[in-house]
Design a protein around this ligand. Structure first.
Ligand code: S3P
Length: 433
């Protein structure tokens, strides 16, 4: 792979539409596949992660047709219509695909094996295999079913009452999908609220699901009904433009039709607390989710202290928060972020290493990072940084590069295809050089 030089920008300006939400898209494909009748999805997230989920269902006999504008037509096979796959199921880089599918596969009356790429095979899976085993599934895998690949022999499951040891929407969703098929009630208690796209989408497809504070309950379903869905824009993709416009002088960007689920909008709330100038308007509803337009203008930022409570709704924006911290006035401390060590890469280490190479004063903590902000103005740049094949690190460092004098060389930018294949094309639309 050749290095890519990300050149500096004078400012960013204009209007943009970001791709469909990756998390919501996974849920739409999963539920559309096991619903009855046709599900039409417009604006499906175009990245490799979502392609993996589509391919998994095709491997289990579901017909999924693709049309322009990221539209897909799924002919749902019903809850009991999936076929035993003939080969190993490949989740690529996608933790959401792997973990959510393990819940669904645990309830199917057949044998399956699921694996992923080098990064995914290092990520913790016991958090799903343990409770799914408790529900009755037979799961084998490396290190006691802690790592992919795992094999699953689905069984008739029984509902359980489970308190999640980590705040994880993926684990919660996996158990809720299994709970659709289990006897009795399945109750998942979260230590802290996490994104609730699965709950919203399940309700939309007709499942019997309720929430009581931190407890989500699902009853077994007899059938789900296909839907027509329009996927909201991905706030985690919009976030790159929010930060670029906040830090580059004289910038102003409008982002249309962005998903505004409160459990995903942490980046907006945190940026505002740091002093950013962001307004939201034209709020409506799509897919059972709030959606709106966002306008962001350059503003001076100040350092901030962040912990678990704020981070949960900005869990994927850690790399970007580090970029904001560099251009803020004063110190930023991010703690209780240990989950970031087991994402697509160790994002704490990746960002600490990158910032050090850029000459930023930074301290890596076991569970976070301390960054001495430099305030307004550009970094020198002119260095080569490693993205570790992690899409969000690559995109965050690219935003950082815009606010340098000499740009930044990145070793791998192809990985952005995991969530945002047209990231560089869209960025060029708003960059002024
Ligand atoms: C996701 C949940 C989060 C997030 C990931 C997508 C989801 O992971 O980091 O990018 O779609 O449910 P965890 O549930 O592991 O926190």
């Amino acid at each position: 792979m050749d290095d890519t030089l990300i050149r500096p920008a004078v400012r960013v300006s204009g209007e943009i539409v970001v791709p469909g939400d990756k998390s919501i898209s996974h849920r739409a494909v999963i539920l559309g596949s096991i619903a009855e009748g046709r599900t039409q999805i417009v604006g499906l997230a175009p990245g490799d992660d979502n392609r993996r989920t589509i391919e998994l269902f095709r491997a289990m006999g579901v017909s999924i047709k693709e049309a322009p504008h990221n539209t897909v037509f799924i002919d749902g096979v019903g809850m009991y219509g999936l076929k035993e796959p003939e080969d190993v199921l490949y989740a690529g880089n996608s933790g959401t695909t792997a973990r959510l599918m393990m819940g669904l596969l645990s309830a199917q009356p057949f044998f399956s094996v699921i694996t992923g790429d080098e990064s995914l095979r290092t990520r913790p899976m016991a958090r799903v295999t343990e409770p799914l085993t408790e529900m009755g599934a037979t799961i084998y895998g490396r290190k006691n079913a802690s790592y992919l690949p795992v094999s699953i022999k689905g069984e008739s499951l029984k509902g359980i009452n489970y308190r999640l040891p980590v705040a994880s929407a993926q684990v919660k969703s996996s158990l809720l999908l299994a709970g659709l098929y289990a006897t009795g009630e399945t109750v998942v208690e979260e230590p802290q609220r996490t994104r609730d796209h699965t709950e919203r989408m399940l309700a939309l497809f007709g499942a019997n699901i309720t929430r009581d504070e931190l407890r989500v309950r699902i009853l077994p379903a007899t059938g789900l009904k296909g839907r027509h869905l329009r996927i909201p824009g991905d706030i985690s993709s919009a976030a790159f433009f929010l930060v670029a416009a906040s830090v580059l002088e004289d910038s102003e960007v409008v982002i249309r039709d962005v998903g505004l689920n409160p459990m995903r909008c942490g980046i907006v709330d945190i940026l505002k607390k740091m002093g950013a100038c962001i307004e939201i308007f034209n709020i409506k509803e799509e897919c059972g989710e709030p959606v709106g337009d966002i306008i962001v203008k350059e503003a001076p930022l100040k350092g901030i202290e962040l912990g678990r409570a704020e981070l949960v709704a900005a869990i994927d924006e850690f790399p970007l928060l580090c970029v904001c911290a560099v251009f803020a006035e004063g110190r930023t401390t991010i703690r209780e972020a240990e989950e970031l060590r087991v994402k697509e890469s160790d994002r704490i280490e990746a960002m600490a290493e990158a910032l050090k190479k850029l000459g930023v004063e930074v301290e890596e903590l076991e569970d976070g990072i301390v960054i001495e902000g430099r305030g307004k103005g550009r970094l020198k740049g002119g260095v080569r940084l490693e993205t570790r094949g992690d899409h969000r690190i690559a995109m965050a460092l690219s935003i950082m590069a815009l606010n340098t004098e000499d740009g930044i060389e990145l070793d791998d930018t192809e990985c952005v295809a995991v969530s945002y294949p047209d990231f560089y094309k869209d960025l060029e639309e708003v960059v002024v050089r």
